[in-house]
Design a binder for this molecule. Structure first.
Ligand code: BGC
Length: 799
């Protein structure tokens, strides 16, 4: 744990391998490959997956007599394939051979994965291997492997196999195994030089082409060797066998440089041409690695968060920064993709994009605003589809899908398998219409952080107002209450999708959904006010928004119905009070793990719909997403009384009724508990930190990271523990002074100004490093200070 820029695993542990693979995934925001062993094939122990950002394919399967279609995140051809054997020996296989020592290190500072081990074959021939791998952050189409191989006690002929394997299927998620998993057509293969091979694969339905070209070279010191090379091909697979005589005690190096292109790329003729060209032009491993190292260092300069040196938490925080940047980076800009909730790290949730960006964008906004803009554009390009979806259910405006993939249609699976019971059950979580509010929230916060008026008035406003139109048409006016209501939806808590004993789907007046809709109305009116007048006219005309609509929005923003259980406790939805209390203790005794209560109950023939038991924060999301001032304003606008007592009573009520079946839930709890119970807030934060590293859900991390929770932990440090708040007038910093965390240092970009902040107990050091204007306003503990370019100021904080 000394070096908290790396994660080191000792010993070959087959049972842990799939988890390690996920956590050692290398990517560059364009493509990513799991940290599988080069010599491995998909089996019980290994799963070498390669994923392309936006690389989806649809396939149909018959389940229980019904044809269902899913859009999957395609596992593309495996470019890692590299293996060796001594003459007449067996190919390297860590599961069958003697491995006296094994070490695997994810070096996050340099973005490399290193494996070092010794292996002994049946004849007692011992070989030491050091493998180093990169997926270049700088040259996004290049990935490379470097092997140093030493025959320790033998001399003779060494055979190396370097291959590209297109015969892969999607097999990472056991729950999906009964579904169609073949997404690639048999690939074409070609030898493209003495030591170079090529493979071209195509997805079956979406017809995405992926081309891979690989060059494999052998060296002894600086001298390039001329091994005997033979090339073998069969359908979908091509390999080169390199034979060379080696001597005991001498180290040989091997470089496999791979060029990867897809038909989704820009500035290409054909992916095949580009892949071949790129591998010809790429230099030696060291050069590629040096360029990659510089690019990754640049990312660290922007994104690192320092807390306590040498601490495990520091290491895990960096792991979270690292994996966020493997999933999305400057290479992602312009790619027409969103952020998959499970990273580019596995096939869990099929690479789909949910509302998790709400947890992810606050960190990106303050460091990589161009990236967030591009990710928001993913939604803009799918606005037409969202309009169609709204019209299909008889509504106006735009209704974004709960799960989004290639073209923005609803991708939530229709049926899912409960592994606890083996039953296929309908999935009704698509009724989470609150996703559209999350998109609106992301648009607004991007604007607030960047002051990008151009984006707001053009793309942002069009999406935002379309979402407002949708919500307005979703509401019905209840004359008796003189309040607006929203019916037939599901809140963030996915355990409740309908009323018990009702055959109608959805719930009425989910408080979170209603309050968010009211916020959207109010913000939409504000946006209409602040954008340029000509744009306002254009949009009103294009979207058919009338003055009467604006009046209606105003009315809704003031009179949206929010159900309450008593004076202080908000009801998660209307009728929640009629549900039964859940026997938590009895279930904790009966089962080892009740995180996924939905699965447990279904396997017993029961349903969580009957109980006051939530999967994750729902009502409490409101206190997470909005600052105190904002939520006070929203409540005031709604004519509701807001008090600290209300917040604390809601926390206490729902804390006792939440199973944290989603890793996102802990992020929210850490945040909202901060003011009321520092210890519990910290415990929740530490749980977020270990959730993927220790795979606390017992098997979900091998299917991909949980990026919302990872990025959420980073956001907790900046906005909760450092007290950073983005305002229109200033960047506010008001650290809560915690017992658990006294040192934090980070850098943020606020409205085109780079600001370094470091907290050391009660001392706060702020530097206005560089920016587009010579001045920036920074508020510390309630008072605004105007900083000049280059200015450094120290503050001593009051309790
Ligand atoms: C959570 C959702 C989340 C999704 C993807 C689900 O388990 O309930 O809130 O968006 O995972 O991370």
């Amino acid at each position: 744990m000394k070096d908290n820029f790396s994660i080191r695993y000792d010993g070959w542990k087959p049972k842990k391998q799939k988890l390690r693979e996920t956590l050692c995934t290398l990517g560059n925001g364009y493509i990513a490959t799991r940290g599988a062993a080069e010599e491995s094939r998909a089996d019980e122990v290994n799963y070498p997956g390669t994923y392309l950002a936006g690389g989806f394919n649809r396939a149909r399967t018959e389940v229980s007599g019904k044809i269902i279609e899913n859009e999957d995140f395609v596992n593309f051809p495996n470019w890692l394939c590299l293996n060796f054997r001594p003459e007449r020996g067996e190919w390297l296989n860590l599961n069958t051979q003697n491995v006296p020592d094994y070490q695997q290190t994810l070096d996050m500072r340099s973005g490399t994965l290193i494996r070092e081990f010794r292996v002994e074959d049946e004849a007692g021939r011992r070989t030491a291997l050091r493998s180093k791998r990169i997926v270049s952050m700088r040259d996004k189409h290049i990935a490379a492997i470097h092997w140093s191989l030493t025959p320790e006690n033998w001399s003779g002929s060494l055979e190396i196999c370097s291959a590209l394997d297109g015969n892969v299927i999607n097999d990472n998620v056991p729950r999906y195994r009964e579904l169609e998993s073949r997404h690639l057509k048999p690939a074409t293969t070609e030898k493209i030089g003495d030591n170079a091979i090529f493979l071209l694969a195509e997805t079956r339905q979406s017809r995405i082409l992926m081309a891979q070209a690989a060059r494999t070279s052998l060296y002894q010191g600086e001298r390039q060797l001329t091994p005997l090379i033979s090339t073998n091909q069969r359908e979908g697979y091509i390999e080169q066998l390199l034979r060379v005589d080696v001597e005991e005690g001498t180290t040989y190096t091997l470089e496999k440089v791979v060029g990867i292109y897809s038909s989704r790329d820009r500035a290409i003729s054909h992916p095949g041409i580009e892949a071949k060209k790129s591998v010809q032009r790429a230099g030696r491993f060291e050069e590629i690695c040096a360029r990659h190292g510089e690019a990754i260092q640049k990312l660290w300069n922007r994104a690192d968060i320092g807390i306590i040196n040498g601490d495990k938490n520091q290491q895990l925080l960096r792991l979270h920064v690292f994996h966020l940047l493997q999933t999305v980076s400057s290479n992602t800009i312009g790619m027409d993709v969103g952020v998959p909730s499970r990273g580019l790290h596995g096939e869990g949730y099929r690479g789909h994009i949910f509302w998790d960006e709400v947890y992810i964008f606050p960190f990106l906004n303050l460091r990589f605003p161009d990236l967030t803009r591009s990710l928001l554009m993913y939604r803009y390009y799918r606005l037409e589809e969202a309009r169609f979806a709204a019209a299909e259910v008889g509504k106006e405006g735009a209704m974004y899908p709960w799960q989004s993939g290639s073209n923005g249609r609803e991708e939530t699976q229709v049926m899912h398998l409960n592994p606890a019971s083996g039953n296929w059950i309908p999935d009704n979580t698509h009724l989470q219409r609150h996703i559209s509010s999350a998109i609106a929230y992301n648009i607004w916060n991007y604007y607030l952080t960047t002051d990008d008026q151009q984006f707001l008035s053009f793309f942002g406003a069009e999406m935002f107002l379309s979402i407002a139109l949708f919500w307005a048409s979703m509401t019905t006016h209840n004359k008796e209450k003189d309040r607006y209501e929203i019916h037939g939806v599901v809140g963030p808590d996915e355990y409740h999708t309908s009323y018990p004993d009702s055959d109608q789907l959805g719930l009425n007046n989910n408080a979170y959904t209603n309050v968010m809709a009211a916020w959207v109305m109010q913000k939409a009116l504000h946006i209409v006010d602040i954008i340029e007048k000509s744009r306002r006219r254009e949009l009103m005309k294009e979207l058919h928004i009338t003055e009467a609509d604006l009046e209606l929005w105003k009315d809704i923003s003031k009179k949206m119905y929010v159900p309450f259980l008593d004076k202080h406790v908000i009801s998660q939805f209307e009728g929640y009070e009629k549900l039964e209390e859940f026997p938590w203790e009895a279930y904790r005794e009966k089962y080892d793990d009740i995180h996924r209560l939905d699965r447990v109950l279904e396997s017993e023939g029961d349903t969580p719909n009957r109980y006051k038991a939530s999967k994750q924060a729902d009502v409490l999301m409101l206190f997470y997403l909005f600052t105190k001032t904002e939520i006070e304003r929203i409540f005031e606008n709604l004519g509701l009384e807001f008090s600290e007592e209300l917040v604390s009573k809601n926390i206490a009520y729902y804390r006792d009724r939440t199973s944290h079946g989603s890793t996102l839930s802990r992020v929210v709890f850490s945040w909202i508990l901060l003011k009321y119970d520092q210890q519990q807030s910290w415990d929740n934060f530490e749980t977020v930190l270990i959730s993927d590293f220790e795979d606390i859900q017992g098997g979900t991390t091998p299917e991909g990271i949980h990026l919302g929770a990872m990025a959420g932990s980073l956001d907790l440090v900046q906005r909760a523990f450092l007290g950073l708040e983005v305002g229109e007038d200033a960047l506010w910093i008001d650290p809560p002074l915690l017992d658990h965390l006294k040192k934090i240092s980070l850098r943020v970009q606020y409205r085109r100004h780079w600001i370094a902040v470091s907290l050391d107990d009660k001392k706060l050091l702020i530097t206005f490093e560089t920016g587009w204007k010579n001045e920036v306003n920074i508020g510390v503990q309630g008072k605004i200070h105007t900083f000049k370019l280059g200015e450094v100021r120290e503050f001593f904080l009051n309790e």
